[in-house]
Design a protein. Structure first.
Length: 296
């Protein structure tokens, strides 16, 4: 199967390389053409002039872009080159409603669209160990499964179109809670004067551990937050969660609290840092408490 890839950001670049290692990557396109040309030179894939040209050359096209509008723009741009039977696998994180709209736009062309958001961070993308949650028809899923398996360790059909994105929204709520807990715990440990490296080593094997604690608490120890999952992107995802919850008449406390904190980080110029920079706010809270008045 000839597979094209659109969107060569922090995640997409690694995912495209995984397809190349498997011998499946036929071509790439990126809004910034230099990235596409560089990967084409590295892999021998074509750097397509447009999404439509990429669609004409491929049996499947994987998308990994930033926002709902981007997905719909790319779908419209590739449509003129799409032929009946083309698979479009969207690994972006967008709303379930956007996934259904994208599928509806491609359906008259005989193109199968699946929403396939991923989880596992840059590390999972690099090592082809992503968790991939899929929405679409069972028939299209079976056709797409071999492609997705080149990028992920766990590929699961969650239901009809939009179900993959609804599952990813669920995951993003879990991530918000995990990074909140990890940042707060590490700030507490620092305030208590504990050796933070040993805290990570010991508690990373305990019942309270999480992927975020093991993989992102070291950022907090170093005070450096290279982008694995950028604050502004998680903020975008949590706003999707908020909108979906509001349709049920519900406000989710973890989502709302994390959005407030991310707004503060972005305002302070930290929006392109990893979400583990939430530690900045938790640490400042303890510093402010220590500097405040004490009663006798």
């Amino acid at each position: 199967m000839k597979v094209g890839f659109i969107g060569l950001g922090a995640m997409g670049l690694h995912m495209a390389r995984s397809l190349h290692r498997a011998g499946w990557l036929a071509g790439v396109w990126n809004r910034s053409p230099d990235k596409a040309r560089a990967l084409a030179a590295e892999t021998g894939a074509i750097a397509a002039d447009s999404p439509a040209a990429l669609a004409r050359a491929c049996d499947a096209v994987v998308l990994c872009v930033s926002a709902d509008r981007d997905v719909l723009e790319v779908v419209d741009a590739l449509a003129p080159g799409a032929r009946r039977g083309l698979l479009v696998l969207d690994c972006s994180t967008v709303s379930a409603a956007t996934a259904r709209e994208a599928a509806a736009r491609l359906a008259p062309l005989g193109v199968e669209f699946l929403d396939c958001p991923v989880s596992g961070g840059v590390e999972g993308a690099r090592d082809a160990k992503l968790t991939i949650m899929v929405g679409g028809t069972p028939e299209a899923f079976e056709l797409a499964r071999p492609v997705l398996a080149k990028m992920g360790k766990a590929v699961t059909l969650m239901g009809p179109t939009g179900a993959g994105q609804a599952t990813k929204a669920t995951n993003q709520i879990l991530c918000a809670g995990a990074i909140q807990a990890a940042a707060e715990a590490m700030a507490f440990a620092k305030a208590e004067g504990l050796p933070l490296e040993r805290v990570v080593e010991a508690l990373g094997q305990g019942a309270g551990s999480s992927w975020y604690f093991v993989n992102r608490a070291p950022n907090m120890v170093r005070g450096a937050y290279p982008p694995g999952f950028r604050v502004r992107l998680h903020e975008k995802d949590l706003k999707i969660c908020r909108t979906m919850a509001e349709r049920h008449g519900v406000h989710l406390p973890i989502v709302e609290m994390t959005l407030v904190h991310f707004e503060r980080l972005i305002a302070a110029g930290h929006g392109d840092e990893d979400v583990s920079s939430l530690f900045r706010l938790k640490d400042a809270m303890f510093e402010a408490g220590a500097a405040g008045p004490r009663s006798g």
